[in-house]
Design a protein around this ligand. Structure first.
Ligand SMILES: Nc1ncnc2c1ncn2[C@@H]1O[C@H](COP(=O)(O)OP(=O)(O)O)[C@@H](O)[C@H]1O
Ligand SMILES: [Mg+2]
Length: 336
């Protein structure tokens, strides 16, 4: 669906607040958008930018050519000296508006009948009307005008339950063609659910779009929040591991020494050699095996010899004496 209004990287600061921060979005034909967000979050400012009442500091707002836009602001701009007839029906002749079922429907739904008895009659002055009556008159004037794009700031304020239901039904039936669109800022969850094809949440200078009305928005937001928490937890875990790696004892760092060997590898090799030596010597220490005695070191006291080995030791002494004799006086070979 073609965009009726497009916003490209719009930024706007008011006072010290960055109300819109590089916001890009499009209001397409057939859209009925509900706008939500905390008070002071920037909803009205977004509406004013879309309406062209306020220009962004930077970025671009484009409208389809020949597009008509109607705005219901929070404070109406009706002329207090005008009559309800003038304010709502303009200069349309009675036979024109009285025969238009659409206009009759609006007068019935918002002003208590085609004679506007709910606000004191068609000839009542706007000035003395209450805030609620003025606002209903302003909304009626807007719906009678029938602009392509309807931008409503808190339209359900001052409407009773029947009035809210009537407005929701009117918007859904009259604003569903590809040539028009509605955007409504509201805190009324029922109204949002009844009209919205999508929900925009204005938060921290950004506009986050969700498909569907309030219920779908709440569910999607909960899911997004859950996913964000999972991602944040994964990132924290990774960060914890990286920090543990950075904080490991300095000597474990894999910095090669002058011999080109990493200290922890050298230590592991030394420990390995020590372990191998211990394993080799272990049986000897337990008496299961004794390493061969060094017989060529006289005077070195050894452990007491078991009796069954004593004969062998004597044999070793004899062998040693024989070897010494051979070195001094090698035996002559027979025949030489
Ligand atoms: N004319 C202004 N001058 C300075 N700050 C403003 C002006 N209008 C609005 N603001 C500030 O801009 C922020 C957004 O306001 P608004 O768009 O009215 O929020 P919302 O409609 O979501 O309540 C608020 O912090 C508000 O105080
Ligand atoms: Mg506001």
């Amino acid at each position: 669906m073609a965009n009726l209004v497009s916003v490209e990287r719009a930024s706007l600061a008011l006072g010290t607040a960055q109300v819109l921060d590089a916001v890009s979005l499009g209001l397409a034909g057939g859209d009925r958008i509900g706008v939500v967000g905390r008070n002071g979050g920037g909803k009205t400012t977004l509406l004013r930018v879309l309406a062209g009442v306020r220009s962004p500091d930077s970025g671009r707002v484009a409208r389809a050519s020949g597009l008509t836009t109607g705005v219901l602001a929070q404070d109406d701009a009706l002329d207090p000296d005008a009559t309800v007839r003038e304010a709502v029906l303009g200069d349309r002749p009675e036979h024109v508006w009285a025969s238009d079922p659409r206009i009759r429907d609006v007068l019935d739904g918002l002003l208590g009948g085609v004679d506007a008895r709910g606000v004191g009659g068609l000839d009542a002055r706007i000035g003395p009307l209450s805030g609620g009556e003025r606002r209903r008159a302003a909304l009626a004037a807007l719906l009678v005008e029938r602009p392509d794009v309807l931008l409503l700031d808190e339209p359900t304020n001052h409407l009773d339950v029947e009035g809210v239901a009537w407005l929701a039904e009117h918007l859904v039936t009259r604003y569903s063609s590809p040539s028009n669109a509605v955007l409504a800022i509201t805190h009324d969850r029922w109204f949002l659910d009844a009209i919205a094809t999508a929900t925009w949440e204005v938060e921290s200078g950004a506009v986050n779009a969700f498909d569907g009305g309030y219920a779908a928005y709440v569910l999607a937001k909960a899911e997004r929040t859950r996913m964000a928490a999972v991602t944040a937890e994964r990132r924290d875990n990774l960060l914890r591991k990286e920090l543990a790696w950075l904080r490991r004892p300095h000597e474990q760092a894999e910095v090669p020494d002058r011999r080109g060997q990493c200290p922890h590898r050298r230590r592991a090799a030394t420990a390995g050699r020590r372990r191998a030596r211990r394993l080799r010597d272990e049986p000897a220490r337990q008496g299961r095996h004794r390493p061969p005695r060094r017989l060529d070191r006289p005077g070195r006291p050894g452990p007491p010899r078991p009796r069954h080995l004593a004969a062998r030791a004597g044999g070793a002494d004899r062998h040693r004496r024989r070897q010494r004799r051979r070195q001094v006086d090698p035996p002559a070979r027979p025949g030489r």
